[in-house]
Ligand binder design. Structure first.
Ligand code: NAP
Length: 534
């Protein structure tokens, strides 16, 4: 039975999205006594973990930290794995939604079609695809930074007689893969995860790779029960400890700079981190993110490992990234990715060398060949950072959209707000650590912070808040100063906005969650300096 929702109403806050951010936001705001409405396009809670239900989908942040650090919840949930798969994470988010009792505040299968700021009333007027019109004082975007999928744009796709799906919107029904001829297009984090799983079922799997990525083994394993119980006994302390770490999760400090170590010491450090698995490979040497030569030591170590795994030397050569430093595009974390290419039913197709020309009724036509398949899986990534904000059709009193001023890269203060848009908050938005740190920790920190701002406004009688343009300008300088030291700003990837004149803007805050938290706390201590209240 379809649920009936009210078609009008006034709320203190409207929260857009029911992922990890939306669930916590509705909980936090209702707890502080606000009248809250949540709007979610999907049929259920979960956000990216609802949509990215492709085989092999897993988080690459350890589960001890990839959850709300809330004493009311922590001990009630027992993770099973160090890097849980999508079903376990989705189950956790459902558990959290139940514990926080937030479902009753959400409208599901509802799309926000627009939000318009009405300056005389200091409210947003929010419309939905069901024809409802609501108003709210605060509009909170918890729609995610990697949530608007990049759609396949290949000519002839409509003519394809088989089935095609996207990892980012994997259907909530069984997709037949056993005995099928399958092509996967895209070898980023999603492709690297789905490929080993599909290879187990497919009669033939073609991996269409345009740019090879560095991938490292996750070393997934059952949860360390002792560590989980230990954190459960001191959740508040662990939360503060997480906020004092760059990643917002557990982390090992890098060894010294590679330049300070002998070749033998470098090798030992590399082997230790390779054995530890996951993003540890991003932090072997203190200088690998800044010094090309040190970075190359890590990159070549990983290439050597790949050569040791992949039997066919020609295939191994194509899988090896050589055109950019390791960690400058997001490092992929896998479970048996390179081993998959030793299977007889798996073929690597280099579509940089032999580009895809079109989709035919029977498969994929490249310049030099045609690959007949029953199923095409597109793992093409997202319109990162700005896609969901642009999609939301938010306008200010002059009819402008938040992204109109962002042609030369996103402009925000603390990644939370943009000038000209009162009372509109982005959670884990561009200009915050966002995808460079643990996203659930980022969500929890931001929502707590917004909640405190709303309390402050209540106490001071302010109706509007928006950032000052000069604070935004200064914040952008901070962002670029941090990123200017990093190799990753110089490499094309979805965290860098490149202008027509060649200038580059690094989008997230790259100074680590710990220093970001300090910035935010300083701003709060100075009565939210940089924000203008009215
Ligand atoms: P992605 O990293 O942007 O990768 C997209 C892939 O599609 C790339 O290999 C890209 O090739 C390829 N591609 C795009 N257009 C193409 C075309 N026209 N022809 C051929 N290939 C094309 O996207 P993603 O894998 O979905 O990952 C995005 C982000 O989501 C990750 O960086 C991560 O932050 C997050 N994520 C995390 C996890 C995890 O926690 N383990 C899992 C999945 C995703 P080029 O490189 O040549 O452009």
């Amino acid at each position: 039975m379809t649920q009936e929702y009210p078609t009008s109403g006034h709320y203190d806050t409207i929260v857009v999205g029911a992922g990890a951010g939306g669930i916590y936001a509705v909980h936090r705001f209702t707890e502080q006594g606000l009248n809250v409405l949540g709007i979610e396009a999907a049929a259920e809670v979960g956000g990216v973990w609802y949509h990215n239900r492709y085989p092999g989908a897993r988080v690459d942040v350890e589960s001890y930290y990839y959850c709300y650090l809330d004493p009311k919840l922590y001990a009630k949930w027992s993770w099973k794995e160090r890097y849980p798969a999508q079903p376990e994470i989705l189950a956790y988010l459902n558990f959290a939604a139940d514990e926080y009792d937030v479902r009753k505040h959400f409208q599901f299968t509802t799309w926000m079609t627009g939000a318009k700021w009405l300056p005389d009333e200091n409210v947003y007027q929010v419309s939905t695809d069901s024809g409802a019109i609501y108003t709210c004082r605060f509009l909170i975007m918890t729609a995610g930074q990697l949530s608007k999928p990049r759609r396949p744009q290949f000519e002839g796709l409509d003519s394809f007689e088989g089935e095609w799906v996207q990892t980012s919107t994997w259907p909530d029904r069984p997709v037949e893969t056993v005995g099928k001829r399958i092509a996967v297009v895209g070898t980023g984090s999603s492709g690297v995860q789905v490929i080993p799983e599909l290879a187990k079922d497919a009669s033939q799997l073609y991996v269409m790779q345009r740019t090879p990525n560095y991938s490292v083994p996750a070393r997934n394993q059952p949860i360390d029960e002792e560590l989980l119980a230990d954190i459960a006994g001191r959740v508040d302390d662990e939360w503060q400890a997480m906020l004092s770490r760059a990643s917002g999760a557990g982390e090992r400090k890098p060894f010294s700079a590679a330049t300070e170590l002998t070749v033998e010491e470098q090798r030992e450090a590399l082997e230790v981190r390779w054995a530890a698995g996951g993003h540890n490979m991003n932090a072997v040497f203190a200088d690998q993110g800044r010094n090309f030569a040190s970075n190359e030591v890590v990159a070549e170590f990983v290439r050597e490992k790949v050569r040791g795994i992949v039997n066919d030397s020609q295939t191994a050569k194509k899988l090896l990234p050589t055109s950019y430093p390791i960690g400058s595009r997001r490092l992929c974390v896998d479970n048996g990715y390179y081993e998959t290419f030793n299977r007889e039913n798996v073929t690597l197709v280099d579509v940089a060398e032999d580009p895809i020309e079109r989709i035919t009724p029977h498969g994929i036509k490249t310049r030099d060949g045609e690959y007949e398949v029953d199923l095409i899986v597109f793992a093409l990534g997202f319109e990162a950072f700005t896609g969901a904000i642009r999609n939301a059709n938010i306008t200010n009193e002059f009819g402008a959209h938040p992204t109109d001023r962002w042609e030369r890269g996103p402009r925000t203060f603390l990644g939370l707000m943009t000038a000209g848009f009162p009372n509109l908050f982005f959670v884990t938005g561009p200009g915050s650590p966002s995808v460079l740190a643990n996203m659930i920790a980022g969500n929890q920190f931001h929502i707590d912070y917004i909640s405190e701002i709303i309390d402050h406004m209540k106490q001071t009688g302010a109706a509007r808040i928006e950032p000052e343009e000069r604070a935004e300008e200064a914040w952008n300088n901070v962002l670029q100063e941090h990123a200017d030291r990093l190799i990753r700003k110089q490499v094309q990837n979805y965290m860098v906005h490149v202008n027509d004149d060649g200038s580059r803007v690094f989008i997230p805050y790259s100074g680590g969650l710990h220093t970001y938290v300090e910035h935010c706390r300083n701003v709060a201590e100075k009565k939210y300096e940089g924000f203008a209240f009215a």
